[in-house]
Design a binder for this molecule. Sequence first.
Ligand code: LLP
Length: 463
Amino acid sequence: MSRSAHPAGPRHADVLPEGHYSAPPADLNRLDEKVWSRTVARDADGVVTVGGIPVTTLAEEFGTPAYFLDEADFRARCRAWAEAFGEDADVFYAGKAFLSRAVVRWLKEEGLNLDVCSGGELTTALQAGMPAERIAFHGNNKSTHEIERAVEAGVGRIVLDSFQEIVRVAHVAQSLGKRQKVQIRVTVGVEAHTHEFIATAHEDQKFGLALAGGQAAEAVRRALRLDGLELIGIHSHIGSQIFDTSGFEVAAHRVVGLLKQVRDEHGVELPEIDLGGGLGIAYTSDDDPREPHEIAKALRDIVTRECEAAGLRTPRISVEPGRAIVGPTAFTLYEVGTVKPLAGLRTYVSVDGGMSDNIRTALYDAEYSVALVSRTSDAEPMLSRVVGKHCESGDIVVKDAFLPSDVAPGDLIAVPATGAYCRSMASNYNHVLRPPVVAVRDGEARVIVRRETEEDLLRLDVG
Ligand code: LLP
């Protein structure tokens, strides 16, 4: 295996092509704790470890590519969110970020609730023993069958997303002899600072009922009239990867405006307000996310202030962080297969996965970090693009990052902060097999979602 530097790759900041990256870090061997999960470290041999286990051992045992999930970190984040919001608020983990039965059990043990948005997520949650009353059911087009299953199971709330759904849920509940707790999802006209595809609260999009124009108020009117529904509150989700709370401030102001309108019109003070998820995490050293206790305080202050101004009792607050809990807790481990320096541009480092295990770079232009983890290196920084093995030039995992210039086939590299929306959005493109998720804790590693096999692919292909 060659350890020599690649002669044609650009090295220094002064010869780098234009791109979206900062200067190379002073020490490429240093792992920035902002982007790596909490138990990640380098051992005396320079090998990165998680939960005390070297990645070289993990690669031997579980293969690559694979996601390694730091269970202690996941649990600590759950506890931090639960403690930050306290007894008079509810934290729902957004299962779309990553869901498995092990994760459901951890959530249950750490006192969190769960937001699901499909029959599949609901089944996973119930199968793993999450009490139905701790489940919120979301989605802009839930099928009648999904609604029946949710109501039958006794989910704690269904978040209504359209006029049709108000009637459907009411009908299902009544025919099952139940009264279903519901919230109405509203669009508040706030576009949080984020990528356009993942912003959800501006009006020209599919989710929720708009406050502007009175759709949301009309939805409340209709929901209050139906016996099968118990309207417990208003829901708003303003986007993803948000770092400051100013968007939530505007959202809370407008949602409280609706609560006031509802009180004035119907004499009802709705007891709950859900501000959704969307809190950002550090994908690179340039990102500065806020801690759960800061977010909790800011949201609580905003809602209390707005309610006091409107003369309303402060409702119970709930939030739905997905990415902020699971995102930082996992990294994807890859083996380098080829290294291709392009003179005057950058060096393409191909790994054994790609857009099938992380579509976010291609889809959202997401930024990630990367590190050589099977050894340290004193070679100079080399501007690199980490690409996958798919038949598509947009198959990029990390667009611009620095790796040591002696990175070579057989090295292990890892991309941190891939816990959210990577395995859950993984595909079989090119019939590439989806990687396993391995939970690591206190020196023990166990598969929680196994690697896909070619038999799995063929099982679906019925000939
Ligand atoms: N609540 C609702 C109603 C949501 O729609 C979402 C995310 C969340 C909570 C959780 O948001 P989080 O805290 O995880 O940002 N695939 C995209 C993100 C799509 C998010 C969709 N809804 C990505 O990879 O960035």
